[in-house]
Write a protein that binds this ligand. Structure first.
Ligand code: NDP
Length: 327
C-alpha cells in the first residue's frame, strides 16, 4: 500500500482525504514512479476543494506535477533509477497525479530532472515556475529585450508570479509587480521587482486605451486586470496570458491590438509540446537564481495539502508550496 490523497465524488458528496491505496489500483501506464515531491498549484487547489470542475474522473489522485525516480519501466527511453519531472498532460485531472507516494504514467510525459536541481528544487519551481518560463520564452519569441521598457507581472506574490519576477529580474528587465498583498512588497523587491503596485489599480473596469507603460506583461489574473494591462501596453508590446486567478472573463476592447499593435499570447503548460518543455526547464536551470527559491517556497506534508488548498484559493499562500509526499 502507498499513501496518497484520493478525491471521491458520490452520493456522500465531494471529498478529499489521505488514504492507503493499493498499487493494483494505479492507472495504466508504461512507467511507475516513486514520487519524492509534488506541489500545490492553483489547479490542485481547485481539484482538492471541488471549487471548479477540474477533476474529470473519480476517484482521482490530484497533483498536476511531481518529481521522483523510476521504479518500473517498459518505455524504451526511460530506465529504472532515472530521476524525472512531470508537469501537466491532464495528470491530476483525468489521470492519477503526484500527490501520492507512487504514480503510474506515460513515459512520453516525463522530462529528465535537470542536473541543476534536486527533486525538491524542481518542485519548488513546479508547474507554476515552468509556466512562468513559458511566458518568458513567449516574450522573447516576440523580440522583447530589457532595453524595450519595463515588464509588468500580475498576481505577483503567487507561484507563477513569483518565479516570473525572479527570472525577469535576473534577465535584466525592470519588473513591476502587481499584488493584492501590500505586506508582500518587500518579498517582491527581494525577488527583483523594482516597483510594486496595488491590485486595486487594475481590478476595476478601465479605459480601452490608457497611458503606454509596459513593453511586456505576464498576467496570471485575467478579467479586468488583463484588460487594463492590455490598455496600458506600449506600441507593439506583448502580453502573455496564463491565468484566471481574478476571473475567466476578458472585458477588453480591440483598441490596444489594432491601434498599438499589441500582441496577446496565450500560454498553456498542460499540452505544451515536449521540445518547448525541455527548453523551459533548461532555461530555468540557467535563468532562475536558486538562492531565491528558498524565499519563494515552503514545504508541507501530504496531510497539510488539503487545508492548504483552501488557503491557496483564498490568495493567502505566498509563492510556492512543495509537498513532501513521504512526510
Ligand atoms: P497562486 O494561487 O499561487 O497565485 C495566484 C495569485 O493571483 C495570488 O497569489 C494573488 O496574487 C493573485 N490573486 C488571487 N486571487 C485574485 C483575485 N481575485 N484578483 C486578482 N488577483 C488575485 O496560483 P499560481 O501562481 O499557481 O497560478 C496563477 C494562475 O495561473 C492561476 O489562475 C492558474 O490556474 C494559472 N496557471 C495556468 C497555467 C497554464 O498552463 N496556463 C499553469 C499554471 C497556472 P497577489 O496576492 O500577489 O495579488
Amino acid at each position: 500500500m502507498f499513501k496518497g490523497i484520493l478525491i471521491e465524488k458520490d452520493e456522500a458528496g465531494y471529498r478529499a482525504a489521505v488514504q492507503d491505496i493499493d498499487p493494483a489500483a494505479l492507472p495504466a501506464g508504461d512507467v511507475t514512479v516513486q514520487v519524492a515531491y509534488s506541489t500545490l498549484n492553483y489547479k490542485d487547489g481547485l481539484a482538492i476543494s471541488g471549487k471548479s470542475p477540474v477533476v474529470r474522473r473519480f476517484p482521482m489522485v490530484p497533483g498536476i506535477d511531481l518529481a521522483g525516480s523510476v521504479i518500473e519501466s517498459s518505455h524504451p527511453d526511460v530506465k529504472v533509477g532515472d530521476a524525472v519531472v512531470l508537469n501537466g498532460w491532464g495528470v491530476g485531472e483525468s489521470h492519477w497525479g503526484g500527490l501520492a507516494q507512487r504514480a503510474r504514467l506515460n513515459g512520453d510525459w516525463l522530462v529528465p530532472l535537470p542536473a541543476a536541481f534536486s527533486p525538491a528544487q524542481a518542485m519548488a519551481i513546479g508547474t507554476a515556475g515552468y509556466t512562468a518560463m513559458l511566458c518568458v520564452l513567449a516574450l522573447e519569441r516576440h523580440g522583447l529585450t530589457p532595453d524595450r521598457g519595463p515588464v509588468i507581472v500580475t498576481g505577483a506574490a503567487g507561484g507563477v508570479g513569483s518565479v516570473a519576477v525572479a527570472v525577469l529580474a535576473k534577465l535584466g528587465y525592470r519588473v513591476t509587480a502587481v499584488t493584492g498583498r501590500p505586506q508582500e512588497a518587500d518579498y517582491l523587491r527581494q525577488l527583483g521587482a523594482t516597483e510594486v503596485l496595488a491590485r486595486t489599480d487594475f481590478s476595476s473596469p478601465g479605459k480601452p486605451l490608457a497611458k503606454e507603460r509596459w513593453a511586456g506583461a505576464v498576467d496570471t489574473v485575467g478579467s479586468h486586470t488583463l484588460a487594463n494591462v492590455c490598455a496600458q501596453m506600449s506600441y507593439r508590446g506583448i502580453v502573455t496570458a496564463c491565468g484566471l486567478a481574478g476571473g475567466m472573463d476578458l472585458p477588453a476592447s480591440v483598441a490596444p491590438f489594432i491601434l498599438r499593435g499589441v500582441t496577446l499570447a496565450g500560454i498553456d503548460s498542460v499540452m505544451c509540446p515536449r521540445p518547448e518543455r525541455l527548453q523551459a526547464w533548461q532555461r530555468l536551470a540557467t535563468d532562475l537564481d536558486l538562492t531565491k527559491l528558498s524565499l519563494i517556497t515552503h514545504d508541507i506534508g501530504l496531510t497539510d495539502a488539503i487545508p492548504t488548498a483552501t488557503a491557496l484559493l483564498a490568495g493567502q499562500v505566498r509563492g510556492r508550496v512543495v509537498v513532501d509526499v513521504n512526510r
